[in-house]
Design a protein around this ligand. Structure first.
Ligand code: CA2
Length: 145
């Protein structure tokens, strides 16, 4: 049995499906986490999900991925654009990392165009909504096969 894929969603993503549907869609985070588990299952993989509004808690979960995960999917939310602490934690992770954003961060404000996560990610998916998470799982499964 392989280690689970760790899936991290950062600040405010617990609000998905309740506000700003024009930007982030109507799918809730619970829906996304269930979709991820189902998609992983088609590859014989499992998932372990964290949503946190707390940067330190996210760092702790990333550190745990060093020994407890086979791959990592991260939507660090606004911390993508600000957090050197999350970058430092990700740099210590050896398993493949895929960065996901629901919205197309390059079609939005300039400050969203840079992500500290991107430089340590094997790949970046943005602008495809909840489907981006499924694509990230497929990509990790292919790498782990
Ligand atoms: O597009 C993405 O997935 C983002 O990571 C979402 C972040 C944003 O700061 C990034 O630039 C791009 C914000 C998540 C906020 O989520 C909400 C969802 C519903 C209602 C309000 C906020």
């Amino acid at each position: 049995m392989s280690k689970p894929l760790h899936i991290i969603n950062g600040p405010n993503l617990n609000l998905l499906g309740t506000r700003e549907p024009d930007v982030y869609g109507t799918t809730t985070l619970a829906d996304i986490e269930a979709m991820c588990a189902a998609r992983a299952d088609t590859h014989g993989l499992t998932t372990l999900c964290l949503q946190s509004n707390d940067e330190g808690e996210m760092v702790n979960f990333i550190q745990a991925a060093r020994t407890e995960a086979s791959g990592l999917i991260i939507n660090a939310g606004a911390y993508s654009h600000t957090s050197v602490a999350i970058l430092d934690a990700l740099q210590a992770v050896q398993v493949p990392i895929i960065e996901v954003h629901l919205s197309n961060i390059f079609a939005r404000e300039e400050f969203r165009h840079h992500s500290y996560v991107s430089g340590v990610a094997a790949g970046v998916i943005c602008g495809l909504g909840a489907q981006g998470y499924e694509m990230a799982i497929d990509a990790l499964a292919a790498r782990l096969a």
